[in-house]
Every structure is written in structure tokens, then in C-alpha cells.
Design a binder for this molecule. Structure first.
Ligand SMILES: [Ca+2]
Length: 178
């Protein structure tokens, strides 16, 4: 959803945000609101609670065969980054971008630097969502540090130099109405 209107009301005691959304998102405006909220503190100031949250990831399936690092570079150049997934709604949206009958693995933005390191997102997102397949990640062969969606829609750790399709995203992680 893109923000088509932003109304910002600031009083000594309260800060109110009102914004109206339409599809698809405009990154700069969404970032503008995120920035405004950040500069004024956390959203929902002074007891105001967010009434609803809008998932604003837009995913792009990239069929070109690339290793994980090249896919990351491509996504950062053409969109925002390799796909980050926040929750099941988000993941459903991601899976919808995969062409029907596509039976290869697909890179997403989850990786780790070595076998002892934690899994982290390419965009430094704090999302804790995961959809690992049974028995994954297993670091088979000792060099599986990048995550991919399997043809069954479950995540596997694979070797990062493998060249395959990927999913990029555009937009911020999430924003809310107040
Ligand atoms: Ca594996």
C-alpha cells in the first residue's frame, strides 16, 4: 500500500499520524513516515495504540540463475534487498510471486556467516519468522550458509555459490495506522 496522504499533528503532549494507503507502495514516502516516527519516538506515542498494521512488502520473483551474493547485489540495485519474511501473510505473498510449476530452489534474504553464526536477514531485519523444512537447516557438507525456498515451499540451507532463482522485495518491513 502506498501512502497517498500524510497528516501530521504535533501538540506539546501528543503526536498524531494519519495516513491513507493505496497500492502499490512508494518507497520514499513510506520511508518518510518511518523516519518521522523514528525521530519522534516509537509509533503509538502517549498511549495511542496502533489500530491496524499493514504489511507493505512487495515481492519480485527473479528467474535469473545467480549465486546468493549476486542475487543480493541484484536486489539491492533494482529493489530494496533480497526477500525478508515477517509472518505467514508475508510469506503467502512471497509464494504468490513464484510461477506455477516452478520446481527449483529460490534464494531469500536469510543467511549466516559461518556454521557457528546466527541466521540473519540481508536487510538486518529483526524478523524471527522462519519456515524451515523438517530436518533443516542441517548444514549438509558443512558449507550451507544461505537459505532458499524449496519447491514444496519450505526453507533449506544450501551452499551460497549455487546459482538459482531468487526473490527480492521492495518497501519497509511494516508500518501501522494510528
Ligand atoms: Ca540443507
Amino acid at each position: 500500500n502506498k501512502i497517498s496522504t500524510i497528516i501530521l499533528v504535533v501538540t506539546p503532549a501528543h503526536v498524531f499520524f494519519c495516513y491513507k494507503l493505496t497500492w502499490p507502495p512508494i518507497k520514499e514516502r513510506v520511508n518518510y513516515v518511518a523516519l518521522a516516527e523514528k525521530s519522534l519516538g516509537t509509533p503509538g506515542l502517549n498511549g495511542l495504540k496502533s489500530s491496524s498494521c499493514e504489511n507493505s512488502h512487495v515481492f519480485y520473483f527473479i528467474p535469473d540463475n545467480m549465486n546468493w551474493t549476486s542475487a543480493q547485489t541484484y536486489c539491492r540495485q533494482h529493489h530494496t534487498d533480497l526477500a525478508t519474511v515477517d509472518d505467514w501473510t508475508d510469506y503467502d505473498e512471497l509464494l504468490k510471486t513464484v510461477p506455477k510449476g516452478f520446481t527449483e530452489y529460490i534464494w531469500i534474504g536469510l543467511y549466516r556467516n559461518n556454521a557457528a553464526a546466527p541466521w540473519v536477514w540481508s536487510d538486518s531485519s529483526k524478523s524471527t519468522f522462519s519456515s524451515w523444512d523438517v530436518g533443516q537447516p542441517n548444514n549438509y557438507g558443512g558449507k550451507q550458509f544461505c537459505a532458499a525456498v524449496s519447491p514444496a515451499g519450505k526453507w533449506h540451507d544450501l551452499e551460497c555459490p549455487i546459482k538459482q532463482a531468487s526473490v527480492c522485495y521492495m518497501g519497509p518491513t511494516r508500518f501501522c495506522f494510528h
